[in-house]
Design a protein around this ligand. Sequence first.
Ligand code: HAM
Length: 430
Amino acid sequence: MTFQNIPGTFDILPDAYDAGGAMVYGSAAWRHVEATVRDVMRRFGFQEIRTPVFEPTDLVARGVGGTTDIVQKEMFAFTKGSTDYVLRPEITAPVMRSYLQHHLAQRGGTQKLYYIGPCFRAERPQRGRFRQFHQFGTETLGTDDPRADAETIACMVAVYDAFGITGTRLRINTLGDAESRPRYREALRAHLAPHADQLSETSRRRLDTNPLRILDTKSPDEQTLLEDAPLLIDYVDDASRAHYETVKALLTSLDIDFVEDPRLVRGLDYYTQTAFELESDDLGAQSALAGGGRYDGLAEAVGSKQAVPAVGFAAGFERLFLALEAQQVALPDRPDPAAFLVALGEEAERWVFAAAHRLRKAGLAVGLDVRGRSLKAQMKEANRQNARTAVIVGKDELAAQAAQVKDMETGEQCSVPFDELAEALKRSEV
Ligand code: HAM
């Protein structure tokens, strides 16, 4: 019996491969994309935070919200002893936990944090939707200033700009304060209740639990029912409206294009005020590259006595890769070794094995054959690994204490004394 990875997860290999119609990029491409994200975070002044991949179930249930799809259907949960755990479905609630636990507020100023890491949701896998996926994102904690909202959005957009991705759409909305949403929820429910028999089973269930989610419906019939539904903005308090106007003005001042979408509510319960999503047509059904918003009530929802105003975004690496692939952005392949050491005969094999170690300790990436194969097979392997040079050592070279060094591109060959090898290879490495 052999094993397969769990559907909705994938292996990242040294080289890219096709996983049933979807390309999985190689690990060098992932490293490059992660490094680019980190560089954007550095420029925007975010510091990295890393939190565990599993958390108490209660934190996620209270943070993300008990009626959300994530908590009701998508948690990978397990129990050990008397404690319930979940694999984190997102990283905002864990960051808030950490902020409160370590009293980061006492370190003065606002905390600007970013993260990169895996998240887990038991969703039905499809293009752009996985059960283990990888997020990057930011959280700015301890300020209700609209500039933090605009800075968050600007940072999110800057990541896609850094890769030259075009054709994205930024949608924004305001959800108002903590009281606005329940007021609107009731108005929406009252509007839809008389038409409950025309709703799908899922939407009928949502009518009771979380009617705002019906706004996301893809069904044309339900969309028709929603056409004259009340709009959230009419239920939003004045202070939130003013906040929203400032965020929009700030985005305009930064030349960041956006469209207002009065139906954008997002799938997590903790949002207040600003909510936003970045979309791309390159992705298919799962069109969201990234999303986020303000969550001024989350700290109290997870037990803080004091409110912590905060705002953030998160984005999926897998969807970023879909956009990179669609727009044919070139990404690096696996790194090439500087040299491949080729040995002829047992004595040379022993010398080469030790020489590779010395060269590696001197900082060079060096390949060698450890199967005692023919010259031809070793040269083929040097080629396959894309080595820039082949260093060939046989009886004659041992006697002369100098290796034959062959440039794999030009075919030029010269003799290099053993004790000058490291320096010569370093020069050719650039
Ligand atoms: P979210 O919209 O649930 O928000 O997820 C953010 C991003 O993660 C999505 O836009 C998408 O790119 C990616 N994503 C989500 N689920 C999957 C999946 N099953 N497979 C692949 N990619 C996925 C949040 O998680 C919030 N914590 C964002 C936030 C941060 N709000 C405030 N701060």
